[in-house]
Design a protein around this ligand. Structure first.
Ligand SMILES: CC(C)(COP(=O)(O)OP(=O)(O)OC[C@H]1O[C@@H](n2cnc3c(N)ncnc32)[C@H](O)[C@@H]1OP(=O)(O)O)[C@@H](O)C(=O)NCCC(=O)NCCS
Length: 155
């Protein structure tokens, strides 16, 4: 099988934004942690599928820490970027912040690394295009991602 051409992280990065409304609240009146986690996973999955040009499923989510509450009325912004690609595994970094849309004040709430697996038509793992490393930052994120992936898989 011929290998697909390498692609940069910039070709697949995405910012998924949503205004937080009462339907997103927990019992305390802040945004529910599960809502944040769902949006983080969706943003990561979109970046992975843009990279792979194939369906992708989540195989691992690294620990998530919520540093600040997100309030209703804020714009939740999830910025996803592919950091490492193995054969079928794609690691995505998702940075999350909340914006007060009137003052433009931004609060960094959390960041997470998630791993997706690209799937072939048979529903089994299938090779994704390699990640094109264009900048020093790309290389550094890739090296750190490779180490994290070795730890996750015990290799
Ligand atoms: C994803 C899935 C198809 C992979 O099955 P598989 O083909 O037997 O898996 P493989 O052993 O070939 O591993 C596939 C890749 O995942 C990686 N992987 C396996 N376990 C992992 C873990 N715990 N963390 C991170 N990556 C892992 C492997 O290293 C491999 O990467 P590589 O191809 O780059 O070398 C299967 O695990 C699955 O269906 N999981 C459920 C997914 C799901 O429902 N997610 C939630 C909803 S989207």
């Amino acid at each position: 099988m011929t290998q697909e051409a390498a692609q940069s992280a910039r070709a697949s990065e995405i910012s998924l934004n949503q205004l937080m409304l009462p339907e997103h609240a927990n019992a305390l009146g802040n945004v529910h942690g599960g809502v944040l986690m769902k949006m983080v996973d969706e943003a990561g999955a979109i970046a992975a599928m843009r990279h792979a040009h194939k369906p992708c499923v989540t195989i691992a989510i690294d620990s998530m820490t919520f540093k600040q509450p997100v309030h209703l009325g804020q714009l939740l912004v999830c910025q996803a970027r592919v950091t490492y690609v193995g054969k079928s595994a794609i690691e995505v970094q998702v940075l999350v912040h909340a914006e007060n849309v009137m003052t433009r004040e931004i609060t960094h709430t959390n960041s997470a690394y998630l791993v997706y697996v690209s799937l072939g038509p048979d529903g089994k793992s299938a090779t994704a295009p390699p990640l094109l490393l264009e900048t020093e930052e790309d290389r550094s994120l890739f090296a750190a991602g490779e180490q994290r992936q070795h730890r996750r898989t015990g290799r």
